[in-house]
Unconditional design. Structure first.
Length: 48
């Protein structure tokens, strides 16, 4: 679960506001998700 105090939440909020951009390495995946599922991908977070 993501909380408003988490860095992922803050980063995604900044992307929505146009202050930041999604990591370029995830753009091809985001485009595929958008086309396949007819959604708008805001952010992709990779956690290992």
């Amino acid at each position: 679960m993501i909380l408003p105090s988490d860095k992922e939440y803050t980063q995604t909020k900044r992307i929505i506001l146009g202050i930041e951009r999604m990591s370029p390495e995830f753009l091809p995946l985001a485009e595929w998700i958008d086309k396949t599922y007819d959604v708008r991908t805001v952010n992709i977070i990779y956690d290992s």
